[in-house]
Ligand binder design. Sequence first.
Ligand SMILES: C=CC1=C(C)c2cc3[nH]c(cc4nc(cc5[nH]c(cc1n2)c(C)c5CCC(=O)O)C(CCC(=O)O)=C4C)c(C)c3C=C
Ligand SMILES: [Fe+2]
Ligand SMILES: [Fe+2]
Length: 353
Amino acid sequence: MNTETLTNPSLPKEKPVGKTGVLIVNLGTPDSPSVPDVRKYLREFLMDERVIDIPYLNRWLLINLIIAPFRAPKSAKIYRELWTPEGSPLKIYGESVEKKLQKVLGDDFVVKLAMRYQSPSIENGLNELRKLCLSEIIVVPFFPQYASASTGSVYKKVMEVVKDWEVLPEIKFINRFLDHPKFVEGFVNLGKKYMAQREYDHFVFSYHGIPERQITKGDVANYCQFGTCCDTLNEKNQHCYRAQCYETTRLFVKGMEIPEGKYTVAFQSRLGKTPWIKPYTDELIPELAKKGVKSVLAFSPAFVADCLETTIEVGEEYKELFEKEGGEHWQLVESLNDSDIWIEALEDMVKKA
Ligand SMILES: C=CC1=C(C)c2cc3[nH]c(cc4nc(cc5[nH]c(cc1n2)c(C)c5CCC(=O)O)C(CCC(=O)O)=C4C)c(C)c3C=C
Ligand SMILES: [Fe+2]
Ligand SMILES: [Fe+2]
């Protein structure tokens, strides 16, 4: 390389010699909705020390004495409701995004889909990219907000896989993208589509929950009190998952021009008896119904693809609960899935990385 290229900004930047690998990673899903496959998936997922962050022996006992025998059959039943003839929506959308993103990025990039748990594995994806002599790899966890249990776990797995490679290409991680304009616009457009069809009394933004202790562990500034501290996203709470969820909501609310007092943030899917971040969605819904709210538009902005957590939990279970408590109309806003705007968001993130 001649030194002029390094010092003279008017000269074109040299292109990297090789292609860029793009590993897009979602959480994972069982191979089939059968009880053994769901059990295998839950075992791998919940044995992750970033997901259930308790001592190894306690985790092992919890998974093998409670989750595997009791939870797996229940979850399998719900997965059967979710399953389509082509398979699990999370994986189908992942495969479609992989193809569409490859097409828009062109020949300078190689896009591979991986799942943090089950298949296709991060290990296989990275080993395939390794064979291509790439100049760099960009890892895009499909989680808009950073959490140790999601994005953090993907980083850890990637680092475990590459740590013994003789040649390490440059590896970049997309830490979060809750404020990416196309991500926000994608959900705002979907929301506006429903708002044009009818009036809604209230808007619920239901995010996947995490145990409070997982936020406390990462709160090096000792800032978080699980309350109004999440009213801004600032340098002290920038890594707090709860604060990022509130920030996501503020961006969506601004885009859709929803008035203050007409929306609520809540957290779903808690597991176990320890406190998870609040308010809990299943406690909020009866409260809303009691206040006379009759129609709700519900968003699931912790996910970029529809899955058990959106379609079944928010779209069906919370709808039933709302109607049982006196509500009349509950509508889930679908996820970005493989929409053009989500592909544009990904293309932009990858190119800017
Ligand atoms: C936003 C990303 C996610 C975080 C953070 C997360 C944390 C987390 N999850 C559990 C327990 C379960 N989650 C389950 C399903 C599930 N979770 C996510 C994403 C996050 N989880 C997704 C995308 C899915 C759906 C996958 C699909 O196949 O559709 C399940 C399985 C379903 C069930 O039995 O209810 C469990 C269990 C914990 C403990 C946790 C801790 C931080
Ligand atoms: Fe989860
Ligand atoms: Fe916080």
